[in-house]
Design a protein around this ligand. Structure first.
Ligand SMILES: Cc1cc2nc3c(=O)[nH]c(=O)nc-3n(C[C@H](O)[C@H](O)[C@H](O)COP(=O)(O)O)c2cc1C
Length: 177
């Protein structure tokens, strides 16, 4: 395989969730580059059913943090990307959710490409009504899909808390015909 291809595969497999951040400014332009990766995610009929509320203000992050047991992560991240499904743009539940998954993974990979840390917080869905209220978004129009906490990686803490990363083996989930 070409080196470039190998590098790209290594890039994908080396992405991991970051839950320890150093509080340091991340410029809006940097975040825009990351969001651009989301923008180019595939979606059924190219319907692009996503909506992102970017929370940077500490008070807003605190309000979000209070809605999840992973609040400490949200508060310590520089940005909280709150991702909604825009219901007016939807056409097929499964395909719309798949598109959101692709969108969110692209954002995680964009952050990784720029050497930043990110983690997808799904637990917050347990309090999705409260999150809609925070942004004054009607639940009839916007459905919370998750939050991505993004920030500069606290490498020391990450190393300290590092656990072995595991995945099922291909033979466990691939069938060849
Ligand atoms: C749909 C979804 C929901 C997740 N929810 C949470 C969460 O609430 N809290 C958290 O710390 N990590 C959450 N994660 C991150 C996973 O724990 C993580 O991706 C998984 O353990 C694999 O680790 P890795 O990302 O480091 O490879 C979530 C990931 C996905 C895709």
């Amino acid at each position: 395989m070409e080196k470039k291809s190998l590098d790209f595969i290594e890039f994908i497999t080396s992405r991991k969730s970051t839950r320890n951040f150093i509080f340091e400014e991340i410029k809006k332009e940097t975040l825009e580059n990351i969001l651009e990766c989301g923008r180019w995610a595939p979606s059924g009929l190219n319907n692009q059913p996503w909506r992102v509320c970017v929370a940077e203000h500490p008070l807003l992050k605190k309000m979000l943090a209070d809605t999840t047991e992973y609040g400490g992560i949200l508060e310590s991240a520089y940005y909280n990307l709150v991702i909604f499904l825009e219901l007016d743009k939807t056409y097929n539940r499964v395909k719309d959710l798949q598109a959101i998954g692709a969108f969110m993974e692209n954002i995680l990979l964009g952050a990784h490409a720029l050497g930043l840390g990110a983690v997808w917080i799904g637990e917050i869905l347990n309090n999705k009504e409260k999150v809609n209220e925070i942004f004054k978004l009607s639940a009839d129009k916007y459905e919370l899909m998750g939050v991505i906490a993004l920030g500069k990686i606290d490498k020391q803490m990450e190393a300290k808390k590092e656990k072995e990363r595991t995945r099922r083996f291909l033979d466990d989930f691939v069938e060849w015909y």
